[in-house]
Design a protein around this ligand. Sequence first.
Ligand code: SAM
Length: 424
Amino acid sequence: MYADFAFGMDRKGLRGSKEINAFVNVPHSQPHATAALPLPDPATLAHSARLSDQIRDEILAAGGSIGFRRFMDCALYAPGLGYYNAGAAKFGPAGDFVTAPELSPLFSTCLARQCEEILQLAGGDLILELGAGSGRMATDLLRELIARGNAPREYWILETSAGLRKRQRQRLARELPEFAARIRWLDRLPEGGVRGVILANEVLDAIPVCRVRLSGRRVMEMRIAWEGARFEWRCLPADAELDGAVQDIVRDLGAPLPDGYVTEVNMSLRALIERWAGALTVGALVLLDYGYPRREYFHPQRGEGTLLCHYRHRVHADPLLYPGLQDISAAVDFTAVAEAGAGAGLDLGGFTTQAHFLIGCGLEEIASRQSSDDTRRWLEVAQQVKVLTLPGEMGELVKAIAFTRNLPSRPLKGFASFDQRPRL
Ligand SMILES: C[S@@+](CC[C@H](N)C(=O)[O-])C[C@H]1O[C@@H](n2cnc3c(N)ncnc32)[C@H](O)[C@@H]1O
């Protein structure tokens, strides 16, 4: 996700301002964020109020609080009301944020080159995309493969949002009518059956996470309560499973984290990667997302966690604001992803930054092909390349990881220019 950063956050997601420190360390106080964000119109606010009522009822029924993971799940995915399951524009200028495929077709064109290589190595003819958003990535990626005479036999999409499925269908039918009959939307993951590529861009960072705060050696779960007609944070001792997961991370880091440290843990990750891996018989699973290797994710200075909220192209740190109207994401612990892939019997094929991935896939040649004598167009392409590759933009904040199954062990092109597996 890409947007202007607000509230004193830098583009590395390291939040340093006093305002944010105060926000994170004291019970939730909505005015920090509401003061500077555009106000939703009354109908939109009413939509959010309906979802808030639903979450409030669940909190009261649960005895006073729910885990943040459940809150994030409702805010993003509640049927008919959650951010991804209601009608908001979400992506692009009319929405809240821009993802790499939305920003430029260069991204998906490069990814197409990686898919082409994997399909050839696997002797496969199928691409499965998870969480296809507006369908932009599928459109541009297929366009490139068709142009190169290497289109897959079928392109499958597994998308949890009914509204986005509809949007994807419309876009693909409009923009690739000749290929539309070969695109299938799945209701669930196939068990095995994919000989080819499984792709997901910015899906893992949209998976609900648990939020914790360390109090000495104790792990406190940051839960959501309803107090005085608003949501508030409430810290309670973590259950054994969450406590164990955090203790494992601290043990792995080899040094304790500071008192008061706040962070997120994705408790669904292992099972999710296992399911995705289970669909792959021969080929590769390629994931791109905002995140860090474990040592950087749980850096002592990243003491306020990695949650980012996007609302109308503003970034802030208040996930309790406007339930259903804003996106909430958490950075990905790529070491945990690598462990989950290994646990699911996959081989780690490569890990690198988005910049190196795109360069390895031929970004320079693809961009120069698009440049022309038209100075405005040239500047546009140059600007897109900058955002996709510069370290302070998506270039280093987004990482690419590939897992392979039953492929010859040789570097995939996206990872050949600078494979950073030792960082994991
Ligand atoms: C941040 S958007 C990214 C969209 C798109 N991949 C892009 O890069 O523009 C996250 C997407 O993942 C979908 N999603 C969330 N959880 C999912 C899951 N478990 N399986 C498949 N899709 C999921 C959402 O509905 C949404 O389409």
